[in-house]
Ligand binder design. Sequence first.
Ligand SMILES: NC(=O)c1ccc[n+]([C@@H]2O[C@H](COP(=O)([O-])OP(=O)(O)OC[C@H]3O[C@@H](n4cnc5c(N)ncnc54)[C@H](OP(=O)(O)O)[C@@H]3O)[C@@H](O)[C@H]2O)c1
Length: 233
Amino acid sequence: MNTEARTIVITGANKGIGFEVAHQLAKLQHTVVLGVRDSAKGREAVDRLKEEGLDGHFLLLDVSDEASIKQAAQQVKNQFGKVDVLINNAAVLLREDHSLSEGTAEVFHRTMRTNVFGPVQMVRHFLSLIPSGGRIINTSSGGGSMTDPVGGWSSVYCISKSSLNAITRHLAYELSSRNISVNAYCPGWVRTDMGGKSAPRTVQQGADTAVWLATAKISETGKFFRDRKVIPW
Ligand SMILES: NC(=O)c1ccc[n+]([C@@H]2O[C@H](COP(=O)([O-])OP(=O)(O)OC[C@H]3O[C@@H](n4cnc5c(N)ncnc54)[C@H](OP(=O)(O)O)[C@@H]3O)[C@@H](O)[C@H]2O)c1
């Protein structure tokens, strides 16, 4: 049940966890804006919601391209006037990401451009649309934890999520004066194109904490969550 419909922008929302977050929020009757970098995939995602009688709005958005982010922010401003919740979900985990000491500059730059600078640029260009009481949710990963042991997989991706965690803390500090909360969450290991077929969690389970952070009556900011609970950085 929804007492207050919010306008919620989700990046990378055509598939996986991002789509499921949009799906669950649409079911709660929020206004969901699906940021997708490919028009055909974006329209197809909106159609999938429509088949269930749900509303979603497609927004052409490539988080690695500042011009695209700028244009998307302008479109959201014209169409909706505000963004109550921004969910930075889009990310890449590149197949070639198997060694930090021997990897290529290309893998490092592509990963950081999307997973780290993408969310920062999203905040910079969307901030004027986020009112007092608004929320920013960064989709992180336990792979970025500075507490858990290093896992030995996709080190550049993991470092990108450590950076996103640091960004979450700094933005939470900066934006507290505007009464905008900024939190990060880990969806767990989820069966998606990125997570692979052996992952134990469903997309529904993976999306749950993001939906909760977007809608629950909570005042936390600058925290890292999994399964609706604060976890160490
Ligand atoms: N799956 C897991 O086990 C797991 C665990 C921890 C954290 N996470 C995090 O959860 C989030 C979602 O992951 P997922 O498993 O759902 O991955 P996924 O199925 O691979 O989906 C990733 C989404 O991000 C989009 N994307 C990539 N680069 C983009 C760009 N430059 N601009 C806009 N969209 C872009 C993809 O679009 P295209 O379809 O166009 O490529 C796709 O929609 C990510 O932040 C990921 O790091 C996932």
